[in-house]
Structures are given as C-alpha cells and as structure tokens.
Design a binder for this molecule. Structure first.
Ligand SMILES: Cc1cc2nc3c(=O)[nH]c(=O)nc-3n(C[C@H](O)[C@H](O)[C@H](O)COP(=O)(O)O)c2cc1C
Length: 393
C-alpha cells in the first residue's frame, strides 16, 4: 500500500479530495477570494517570479529549521494563520489544528470569529497559542476579549488591520455561506453528499461563533443572521493608531499587526508593535492589491534587518516558504493549506500538511547546503518584472 506521501506528496494534491468532501458552501468559503479573484490568483503568480541561483561546493549539511521569534524557539519557520469559522469548513478544526501545532512546535493562531471558543482552544495549546483580535467597536468587549485570551494562556496577540469594511465576497454570496449554515433544501443536499462532514458536524455541533456569541445583546432571539451581523458590526472600521496604542497599553505580551501592505504603515507600526505581518488576507479583501511578497523587499529595506516581519497569502509549499524567507521575512503563516489537509484526510491530513511543508523546505536547504534559517535568509534571489515596483509609495 502506498504511503500518504506517495499519494499526496504536495499540498495541491489534496485540493480535489478536500473539495469533494466539503459541502459546496464550505468549500467556497475556504477557496474564494473577492471580486474577480485577481489578488487570489496573483498571490500564486508572484511566486513564479522568484528564483534562487544556487551556490554549491559547501560540503554536507543537516539543515536546522528551528526559528526564534519573541524569545520562543519554534521547530519550523511557519505556522497556522488565523482562520474564522474554521469548523464550518471542517468540524472540530480549531482543536485539531491546535493539537497538531503543539505537537510539531509551530504557532497556531485562533481567530476572534472561530467556532471554538478561546477558552476551549486554549486548553490544548499549553500557553503557545497566538490570539487574533478583530478590533471590536465596543471597547468593553475588546477589553474582555483580551482578558479572556490572557486567562486562556494566549501570550501573543495578533491585531488584524485589513478589514475596515467587508469585501463583497461575491462567490460567498452565491454559495449562500452563513454561520450557522442556512437550513434549507440547497444546503441540506450539499451536506448530504458529504457524509464525513455531516457526521462530524453532528458530533461537533452546529458551527457558531464560540468566542463572540456571548456578547450578542439581549435583543437576539436565536436568529442566525443577527448573530453574524452582530459579529460583523463589532469587527469593522474601528482601528486607528490611538486604538492600537490602547491595546498596546493593555496587552503585556508580544503584539503582531496583521494585514499591512503599505511601507509607510509598516514603518510606523514598528513604534507600536513587536512584529509586522504583511498579508492581503489571502486575496479576500482588496482584489486590486499586490501580493505581499511583491512589497516585502522594500518593507524589509525600510524597517531594517532586525525588525520581525511575518508574511502570508498564497504560501502552499516549502519552496514558497523558502522564497518568503529569502526575500526578507522571518516567519511565514499559511491559512488554506492546513484546512485543505483536514478536509481531505481528517486530523492526519493537518499533520501531513505540516510534514510536507517541513520536508520540502528542508530539502531545498539541503540542496543548497544551507545549515539554518539565517543562512537561507541570506541567499541571493533573482526577481522577475512584477517585482519592479520600487517607486510605488
Ligand atoms: C476561510 C478564511 C477565513 C479567514 N479568517 C480570518 C480571520 O478570522 N482573521 C484573520 O485575521 N484572517 C483571516 N483570514 C486570513 C488568513 O489569516 C490569512 O491571511 C490567509 O488565509 C492567507 O492566505 P492563504 O490562505 O493563501 O495562506 C481568513 C482566511 C480564510 C481563507
């Protein structure tokens, strides 16, 4: 019998199986971008313009992938990006991913709008989790969320900056995505042909906003739309530098500012937070935004060589991760790939995605005889024309 790695040697080899095992609305929620999916497509295209020119004759090395961030040593320079409504896409996803991350010593980020609550997930992370905050309009809710995250053992905070307004998410509208899933004939049939998802949902419970639901006000009468509306209304339009400073004054651990794209924001952020996280939200927010990879070299130049930069959006392989690191990132996060693994193969699939990413990255490092991540980051890369945007600011 062939092994998992023979059947699915790359993350992309699991995509079709994952799609078949997810109801259409869940799969669209995972895979869609926004608008015309131009940013989504460009996130992948940008990688094709980055080349490594290898240097040889350096002897044999055993690559060491360990990476330090905020004083923690992780086994690999990548982790799980925050993904909302995770259990809508695969039942029990939050806890499965938290356990996988702890086992492999990589960071797991829990979204404010995940289905499992911060308290439930915190139990499985042994103090290693990153909590992602969509900045609530109501500061009492914000402060309570920060307190709950801290009490649940989360030490690192991600604040997401790139949702001043919802994007149109046309594919999600057409697929009828909602939390909990709409209970109509169409969604019923979509779920009925996906028995593993349906059984998992029966066991795990109908997806809800595990952390946020308790803040729905007394006017909520069990109407799903108003719950989602409440979560949405709390999450938008309220972040500015003063708000960020208030969070800085409250949260004692490291803070990462996620969703930055412009070099001016990145430079300003260095006086407020401990790391900047370049991202275009996996192509889900602004369809005419470049890939964060395209702005990474300039941002690295402007913030200096020491300030931590994290990046995501379109990283599906170890070779993608190596390109992000060589262009100046210290750490790479990835959203869809881990869910793809879960949906395709269940819990072992999330672990398989981890193993693929690690093995691919390690193989590249071995091929070019780089002993550690620092050495990999110093490799020279050749860039194609799409990276010639030095004068955009
Ligand atoms: C289904 C889905 C839900 C997401 N939910 C959140 C979220 O709740 N908070 C957040 O900061 N980012 C969210 N993101 C963005 C991810 O954190 C990350 O930036 C993006 O997935 C990276 O692109 P990738 O999926 O190509 O790796 C979401 C992304 C996806 C695909």
């Amino acid at each position: 019998m062939s092994s998992l790695v023979d059947k699915f040697p790359r993350v992309v080899d699991m995509v079709n199986l994952a799609k078949r095992r997810m109801p259409h609305f869940a799969s669209e929620y995972l895979f869609a971008g926004t608008g015309y999916d131009e940013a989504l497509d460009n996130n992948r295209k940008a990688f094709k313009q980055i080349y490594l020119v290898p240097k040889y004759l350096k002897g044999t090395v055993n690559p060491n992938l360990k990476t330090k961030l905020f004083g923690n040593e992780y086994d690999s320079p990548f982790g799980v990006a925050p993904v909302g409504m995770t259990s809508l896409m695969w039942p029990g996803a939050e806890i499965a991913l938290a356990k996988m991350s702890l086992k492999n010593n990589i960071p797991y980020s829990l979204s404010t709008v995940a289905c499992a609550s911060v308290e439930e997930v915190g139990k499985h992370l042994d103090g290693h989790g990153w909590f992602q905050l969509y900045p609530p309009a109501d500061k009492a809710i914000r402060n309570d969320l920060l307190k709950r995250a801290k009490n649940s053992g989360f030490k690192t905070l991600i604040i997401t900056a790139d949702i001043p307004a919802s994007s149109r998410r046309e594919r999600l509208r057409m697929a009828g995505v909602s939390v909990p899933p709409k209970n109509n004939l169409r969604t019923f049939f979509q779920a009925a042909i996906c028995p593993s998802w349906s059984l998992g949902t029966l066991i795990n419970g109908i997806p809800a906003f595990g952390t946020m639901d308790q803040y729905s006000d007394g006017t909520w009468h069990g109407n799903a739309k108003s719950k989602a509306g409440f979560a949405g209304s709390q999450m938008q339009r309220y972040l500015d530098w003063d708000y960020l400073q208030e969070v800085r004054d409250i949260w004692k651990g490291p803070i990462i500012l996620k969703g930055l794209m412009h070099v001016d924001d990145a430079v300003k952020a260095t006086s407020y937070v401990d790391a900047i996280y370049l991202s275009n939200h996996g192509g889900r927010q602004i369809d005419i935004a470049p890939s964060p990879l395209q702005i990474l070299p300039l941002v690295r130049k402007k913030v200096g060589s020491k300030f931590p930069i994290i990046i995501d959006s379109g990283f599906y392989s170890g070779q993608d991760i190596s390109k992000g690191l060589m262009l100046g990132a210290d750490f790479v996060m990835t959203g869809r790939p881990f869910i793809i693994g879960l949906a395709a193969l269940g819990k072992k699939g999330a672990n398989h995605v981890h193993d693929i990413l690690k093995d691919e990255l390690s193989n590249i490092m071995e091929q070019i005889c780089t002993k550690d991540i620092e050495e990999l980051k110093s490799e020279n890369v050749m860039l194609g024309n799409d990276f010639n945007i030095q004068n955009f600011s």
